[in-house]
Design a protein around this ligand. Sequence first.
Ligand code: ZN
Length: 149
Amino acid sequence: MFDDLNDLYQQVILDHSKKPRNYGRMEHPTCDACGKNPLCGDQIQVFAVMDGDKILEVKFEGDGCAIFKASASMMTDALKGKTQAESNVLFDEFHELITKGTAPEGNHLGKLEVFGGVNRFPARVKCALLSWRAAMAAVGTGEKTVSTE
Ligand code: ZN
């Protein structure tokens, strides 16, 4: 199904989906949130340790498709050490990349650009965004349960 994706990008995504980074339950998170994508069946719980507005640690548990797992894995790496404001900027840039296929000039996405091909698979857009929406819910204020529907 990913025939159109560049081989290298495909490899990075497969690697993260098979060996997700920062996977597992966190014993003493300062915040957490749940998310689900009913259309695909992806489910996630995100845990984080915050120091003021800085994200020190992020972990996740859950199950779902390859794009979901790879996105969650790379999200945890990307958000560690970021402030809430920085993570909001990154989420906006990632959202634009996933939905439009291109990211703004001077973005901070780095390795996350491997998801640039996902917008050509509309059914996978929600899979790629789920972990990020859950993470934003965890480190932000307000509703701690997100659904893509
Ligand atoms: Zn999915």
